[in-house]
Design a protein around this ligand. Sequence first.
Ligand SMILES: Nc1nc2c(ncn2[C@@H]2O[C@H](COP(=O)(O)OP(=O)(O)O)[C@@H](O)[C@H]2O)c(=O)[nH]1
Ligand SMILES: [Mg+2]
Length: 451
Amino acid sequence: MMETIAALATPPLSGAIGIIRLSGPRSFSLLKAVFAENRGLPPERWKPRVMMLGKVIVDGELLDAGMAVRMIAPYSYTGEDMAELHMHGSIPALRAVLEALYLAGAAPAKPGEFTSRAFLHGKMSLSQAEAVCDLVTAETRDAARNAAGQLDGKIGRVFSDMYDRLSGLIAQFYAAADYPEEYIETGPPAEVLQSVLETLETLLTTLGKGLLLREGLRCSILGKPNVGKSSLLNAFAGYERAIVSPRPGTTRDTLEEVVTIGGMKLRLTDGAGIRDTRDDIEEAGVKRARSAAESAELLFVTLDGSEDLTQEDRAVLDLARDRQSLVLINKSDLPQKLEREQLEAAFLHVIPVSALTGEGLDAVDSTLRRLFDGGATLYDGSVLTNERQAAAIRRTMDAVRNALTALREGVTQDAVLAELERALAAVGELTGRRVREEIIDEIFARFCIGK
Ligand SMILES: Nc1nc2c(ncn2[C@@H]2O[C@H](COP(=O)(O)OP(=O)(O)O)[C@@H](O)[C@H]2O)c(=O)[nH]1
Ligand SMILES: [Mg+2]
């Protein structure tokens, strides 16, 4: 018998509403410990999936007015009996209700336990469960849309189709061995395997974009002191992330801020201005800024448009040569001195901006949009974002390739079958049909409580 779990499903912050979820066989009776429907109707008699108005009462003490709803197994998110209590988002009141529920016998839900129960009860596949986590933690519209597509089963259908094709093939091999006289061929094995390989290969090629979507692109703001690097970081972040000062050499540590520009998630770093210095702390900062720039996938080379180009600027521009970079000519609100022709000859994207007025930031936005595939990739759930899935796909492909080789070389059927079984096991890890408990635990541990 499964325990009945309870948790706060909304963030632990004060807000308009706070929702407590219950799942398990005792959901309805436990709800009675904290909620009284206005006409005195016990949850067991409520129409399922209809919100009931009532009072939140703990130990005879009125805590809130709220609404509650029940869902009857298997017609719920988890597939179990479930109840939700919608209260005002008052942290002390919500906490009191949770404590009362735990005292009455509910178990505190572990991270991801609602979704893992949904998976265990067959309400969703493993890739759909993983998509729940991706959707909740998505930071850009593309990431959210892709996760929603996967939640809808987009990638899961590919996996389960793979599973069916491989298990069909295995059955065919066994049938041929056991009942050669009734041997029915559903398709030439080599062709089935080849098409499985192609499908998986295509999926795997989307991983790079998927990881970018998840992890973001590392982008370094690079320039000599005082050109407005920290001001630009703040302008992109939308708040005063870094200290800005007219004094050169203010920023020493590297600061990172996750921002969305051109629909792209960027890990934007700002650091010390690049110059030769005798100050050993600043020197350490310059070193860090250089190494951040080296590992970055994109550079925002920043210049001060109100000044002539200096030797220090040229040294910075040298660092950006042959790198994916945008040259930002900052302080466009001031009278301009900097000559742009030479720069435009050497760099593809030279954009005047003003961190002060925000001028030109939209051009940075549209340039990035164009640079990074200009919306060519449809993030509709067909983009692989998950390393675990990628690893299982690689193992499947490896086994399928071995099976193909074995087939072609005409070795024993047993050898082919062993590889096919290995491929099936790897695909089973993708769908969740044959997945070890540790893997499941690991997946759901990434969730937050209440999901
Ligand atoms: N007029 C103007 N001043 C700016 C602009 N961006 C930065 N500044 C000023 O330039 C100075 C240096 O800015 P800061 O962001 O600290 O430069 P950093 O050393 O490159 O990080 C500060 O006084 C800023 O107020 C801009 O777009 N226009
Ligand atoms: Mg700075």
